[in-house]
Design a protein around this ligand. Structure first.
Ligand code: GDP
Ligand code: MG
Length: 284
């Protein structure tokens, strides 16, 4: 599982993030609700130091609601508030704003005590590619947002989005690369589409996905693809699904490429069902 971009980008990205983070008072860390640990960059806490942070569990519409509740508890126990969000519908956004206001108030009271003038709190969104940073920023900013442009005392060229009177968002989201030395993590990221088919070819990936689904979510596979409960091999199962979907080439060959794409797409869009790939208990 060689990923070419990983080692080269890692250091540069970290440095850039460190620079950007100097400008902000608070961080929104976006995680994929289906894989909160795999989508988390373990270096982040070291990079952001003691800045306040709100964890956003995004794409809850794709995750198993029961498992998401377990994750909420997991983060609560660890004293980091997490807010479940769907950035497509905007569900959870109001809670994010409410919790941010509380953190901002503490920060601004602190500044006031030091005799400093009040100013809007500056916030940055961080997360791995495809976790929903841009969608989140759009939903948070809404239509009323304005580009405030570069401000005095702040690095030139940085764009700030005014969210409300006391909040500004750095409009370049901080991109984190996931840690993917662990093959299970790499698979979770590939299954959910966080890393685009870079770790293996699409057919192997779909095979691995189907294998996992057959073990952990068999009833959903049976329901979706109207297959039997028993198969000799995963390939037999895949062939059966391919035939029922008309993925057949000339000469009666199975079109593995097409059926692989179908299975991956239907998993990623939760058409097969709302499935969480990580649970707090299994992952510690
Ligand atoms: N189902 C679902 N899809 C989402 C959600 N948030 C983002 N997406 C989708 O995930 C993909 C990546 O989103 P984007 O905002 O570009 O992610 P970024 O790379 O972190 O900026 C897009 O296709 C979004 O429509 C969500 O809450 N639910
Ligand atoms: Mg983006």
């Amino acid at each position: 599982m060689n990923i070419n971009w990983y080692p080269g980008h890692m250091k540069k990205t970290k440095e850039l993030l460190r620079e950007q983070l100097k400008l902000v008072d608070m961080v929104y860390e976006l995680l994929d609700a289906r894989i909160p640990l795999s989508s988390r960059n373990p270096d982040l806490s070291q990079i952001i130091g003691n800045k306040p942070k709100i964890i956003i569990l995004n794409k809850i519409d794709l995750a198993d609601p029961q498992v998401t509740s377990m994750w909420m508890e997991y983060f609560e126990v660890r004293q980091t508030g997490a807010v479940p969000v769907n950035t497509i519908t905007g569900s959870g956004i109001r809670q994010v704003i409410r919790e941010s206001e509380e953190i901002i108030k503490v920060k601004m009271d602190d500044l006031a005590k030091k005799g400093r003038k009040p100013r809007p709190a500056r916030i940055m969104v961080v997360g791995i590619p495809n976790v929903g940073k841009s969608s989140f920023i759009n939903k948070l900013a809404g239509r009323k947002s304005t580009q405030t442009g570069a401000r005095p005392g702040v690095t030139k060229g940085k764009q700030w989005i005014r969210l409300r009177k006391n909040m500004e968002l750095l409009d370049t989201p901080g991109v984190l690369w996931p840690k993917i030395e662990n093959p299970a993590v790499a698979l979770n990221l590939a299954f959910t589409g966080a890393i685009k088919d870079e770790i293996m070819d699409i057919e192997t990936l779909a095979y691995k996905l189907l294998e996992m689904l057959w073990v952990d979510h068999r009833e959903k596979v049976i329901e979706r693809y109207k297959v039997e409960g028993e198969y000799g091999t995963i390939i037999d199962l895949m062939d059966c699904i391919a035939k029922s979907r008309g993925c057949i080439l000339k000469g009666n060959e199975i079109d593995y490429f097409r059926i692989s794409n179908i299975i991956l797409d239907e998993f990623r869009s939760a058409t097969i069902g709302r499935i969480s790939l990580e649970r707090p208990l299994n992952n510690g």
